[in-house]
Design a protein around this ligand. Structure first.
Ligand code: HEC
Ligand code: HEC
Length: 333
């Protein structure tokens, strides 16, 4: 975990010495950057995802191109627009830095190996261990839900009435909870919600491209670096099946702390929660896939109903962080 934390805040992972994981996953901004599209060495095509509760995800990235948290953590180091590094350069950093090499040996039981690819897998796994500690705190909605299940009506009253009305739309007429479901408000799957996916020079293929990248990635769970030799953890990866409908599908984002993570959608194209609610309220069914997306119909919400739905979404944001303050760790010996 400490090795991963150091690497997360390590500018030398990028050869420019200027871009670190925390450049885009900013701790005090809900572990994202507040930009429409990420900017490392250049502007990328997608919005930076928050890392809170990332340990509970099944697929990683907006397109699910990662099947493990550690494989997903390798991606930005090699992306030319993000950190612009290489396998050889990241491995040389860990081998050549006494502190990092010492911690690597403590975690993995061997000094950084000679094969660059193996060191990179180790870096990814250490980064994953750190990110697994990033979880969100309790929100007003959690207090309300618990009060409801205890039948504690006086505590329930602390939850704003607007949010209660918004909740009714969310689970009722809005049908939002058919995709935004469970503790993180995501079914972990991929859907088309009619967000345009044109990018400079083409289209963002979403899940369709994600599956291709997943299959080609030497760090996927079918590859040599999966520590689970039983093969059980790789079953879902083996079963992935590319379909035409995956084109333009993106991962259902968690809605925890959503008030802190504007702008929204895979391309950051919607600036506010009110804008997202308007998108769903006025959705154009012709822009959606003909199969599957019968889940989304234009809701034609009134101004008051829209405000209620926004109040509900805002109530999913933690009132206090669940994370311990960062403390510098003692030198490794
Ligand atoms: C230039 C900005 C930038 C940097 C630097 C960056 N990221 Fe990201 N991160 C993103 C973007 C954009 C996405 C969405 C990527 C996608 O959909 O393909 C993302 C997605 C992720 C995800 C997936 C989250 C999820 O819910 O699926 C993880 C994990 C992650 N990053 C970890 C890291 C780590 C670890 C580092 C440092 C090694 C890092 N990132 C550096 C911009 C960045
Ligand atoms: C068919 C599944 C589905 C349904 C139903 C659905 N969503 Fe979504 N939601 C998604 C997907 C997929 C995205 C990401 C789309 C993209 O980035 O292109 C998303 C994105 C969002 C976001 C942006 C979060 C972020 O971090 O960018 C919010 C907020 C949201 N939805 C709220 C709602 C509300 C409110 C409703 C009900 C009116 C709803 N959703 C109904 C699948 C769904």
């Amino acid at each position: 975990m400490e090795l991963g934390e150091r690497l997360f805040f390590e500018p030398r992972l990028s050869p420019s010495g200027k871009v670190l994981c925390a450049t885009c996953h900013v701790p005090y901004r809900g572990w994202q950057d507040g930009r429409a599209r990420a900017f490392g060495l250049a502007e990328a095509d997608r919005n930076t995802q928050s890392l809170l509760n990332v340990r509970y995800q099944r697929w990683f990235g907006w397109d699910g191109a990662g099947d493990s948290l550690w494989a997903q953590s390798v991606r930005p180091m090699l992306d030319l627009r993000e950190m612009g590094g290489s396998q050889a350069q990241a491995a040389a950093l860990v081998r050549g830095d006494a502190e990092l090499a010492c911690r690597f040996e403590k975690v993995f039981g061997t000094p950084p190996p000679a094969a660059d690819e193996a060191v990179l897998a180790g870096i990814g796994k250490a980064l994953a261990a750190f990110q697994e500690t990033l979880v969100s705190g309790r929100s007003p909605f959690d207090d309300f839900r618990d009060a409801l299940s205890r039948g504690d009506f006086s505590s329930m009253k602390k939850y704003p009435e607007a949010a209660q009305r918004g909740l009714r739309i969310f689970v009722g007429r809005g049908n939002c909870s058919s995709c935004h479901v469970g503790p993180a408000f995501s079914n972990g799957e991929f859907h088309d919600t009619g967000v345009p996916f044109f990018i400079k020079g083409g289209a963002d293929a979403g899940r369709h491209g994600g599956i291709r990248k997943l299959e080609a990635n030497p760090f996927n769970l079918l590859g040599a670096y999966n520590d689970d030799r039983s093969g059980v953890s790789a079953i879902k990866t083996r079963q992935v099946d590319l379909q035409h409908r995956n084109f333009g599908e993106f991962k259902v984002p968690s809605l925890r702390n959503v008030a802190q993570t504007a702008p929204y959608m895979h391309n950051g194209s919607l600036a506010t929660l009110a804008g997202v609610v308007r998108h769903y309220s006025e959705i154009d069914p012709d822009r959606l896939h003909s199969d599957g997306e019968a889940l989304l119909k234009p809701l034609r919400l009134t101004t008051a109903e829209s405000a209620d739905l926004v109040a509900f979404l805002e109530s999913l944001t933690e009132t206090a962080s669940a994370l311990a303050p960062r403390r510098p760790s003692a030198a490794c010996r």
